[in-house]
Design a protein around this ligand. Structure first.
Ligand SMILES: Cc1cc2nc3c(=O)[nH]c(=O)nc-3n(C[C@H](O)[C@H](O)[C@H](O)COP(=O)(O)OP(=O)(O)OC[C@H]3O[C@@H](n4cnc5c(N)ncnc54)[C@H](O)[C@@H]3O)c2cc1C
Ligand code: SF4
Length: 330
């Protein structure tokens, strides 16, 4: 059993107190929500914060409901402190954003979903077969770019970390055109989920130091359906080897209006499939799943950053895209 290192624990009671504390502690502090990723990673020496700021008691991060924007468009609002099991079981999320409910319901095992939060999932550290190991294991390999070392073992000679985005909610939020509310000590900002992730495996989000993800807002669009599919070693517990979210919008005459597909667990940033954006309004539904599967196969090339053969993961891309599109088409 690996022991937790020593750190100072803080439990602010309000969001303002939390952002103030994070600003004051700077890079010595780390946010803890459900702790299902932070704590194992601290035990492996991947994170070494002197201070841990728990946001678990913040009521301002809780709740699932609806709101209307000034233009009259309805949005589903989900607090970042909501547990993944609550999101998976929510009738509101299941009705408006089935891809997100399905993604939340497929994260880890029951214990991870009971403790893990949406915010923690959105901000999950990227993963790599050479990085998510004990200190002893990593030291024997000479460490790597992402932590303590200077070389990448996936891309030999590579100057950039390509560890995989492994958060199942990310492709779902991107496909559903979600917006995230971020709050720091100096104010708030709204960032679309598609703009939140970057291609840098060392730090793959645009979150600034001390900022907290407060909530996700998903537009309620008539005629919209979505679905999520995931590849993993053991259906009962594992991280994704691939995760795929598909969204189909239809007009009132039930014709296709737009399609979006996001594939994740390839590199550091979940990838929007270009072939989906090219689907023209009014496109025929017959053969659509097959052509999008072929488009995704051509565009998506998994790296050797995760366990299991990259070639096999690639062969599974069209299989899962076809399933997700077929289910979203209903
Ligand atoms: C065995 C195992 C299997 C797992 N399987 C999966 C899986 O299949 N799919 C998957 O997606 N995840 C998986 N996980 C990872 C993890 O359980 C989930 O991603 C979970 O949702 C993380 O949420 P948390 O609240 O526990 O986050 P924490 O561990 O508390 O935090 C995770 C990261 O987010 C930051 N953070 C947390 N909340 C916020 C916030 N509101 N604003 C800003 N930063 C924040 C933390 O500082 C940290 O960097 C697995 C973990 C384990 C140990
Ligand atoms: S992709 Fe390379 S640099 Fe990034 S964690 Fe893996 S081995 Fe390290």
């Amino acid at each position: 059993m690996l022991p937790l290192p020593i750190f100072e624990y803080h439990k602010p009671r309000t969001l303002a107190e939390a952002t103030g504390l994070l600003a004051a502690l700077g890079d010595k502090a780390m946010i803890l929500a459900g702790g299902t990723d932070v704590l194992p990673n601290m035990k492996q020496g991947l994170f070494e914060p002197e201070h841990v700021v728990s946001i678990a008691a913040l009521d301002e991060l809780r709740g699932i409901g609806f709101t209307r924007d000034p233009g009259g468009l309805e949005h589903l609002v989900i607090g970042s402190g909501m547990r993944l099991s609550e999101i998976a079981d929510s009738l509101l999320v299941t009705r408006v954003a089935p891809a997100l409910a399905e993604a939340a319901g497929l994260v880890g095992g029951p214990h991870h979903r009971a403790m893990g939060t949406l915010g923690g999932n959105i901000c999950l550290d990227t993963r790599c077969r050479y990085y998510n190991q004990t200190y002893f294991w990593r030291k024997a390999l000479g460490f790597c770019l992402k932590k303590d070392g200077t070389a990448c073992h996936v891309v030999k000679g590579g100057a950039k970390c390509v560890a995989a985005a492994s958060n199942d909610s990310a492709p779902a939020l991107m496909a559903l055109d979600a917006e995230l509310l971020l709050l720091g000590n100096t104010g708030e900002r709204r960032v679309r989920a598609v703009d939140f992730y970057t291609a840098d495996g060392i730090r793959n989000t645009v979150l600034r130091p001390g900022e907290i993800v407060v909530r996700a807002t998903i537009p309620v669009v008539s005629g919209r359906r979505s679905a999520f599919e995931k590849l993993r070693k053991r259906g009962a517990i594992d991280f994704p080897l691939l995760s795929i979210a598909a969204r189909i919008d239809r007009d009132p005459e039930k014709r296709i209006r737009a399609v979006d597909i996001v594939v994740s667990a390839l590199g550091a940033r979940p990838r929007r499939v270009r072939a989906a954006a090219k689907v023209a309004p009014g496109a025929a539904e017959t053969g659509l799943a097959e052509s999008l599967a072929a488009g995704a196969y051509a565009e998506c090339k998994p790296l050797t950053n995760l366990d299991e053969e990259a070639e096999w993961r690639r062969e599974m891309v069209p299989v899962l895209v076809k399933k997700a599109v077929a289910r979203a088409l209903g």
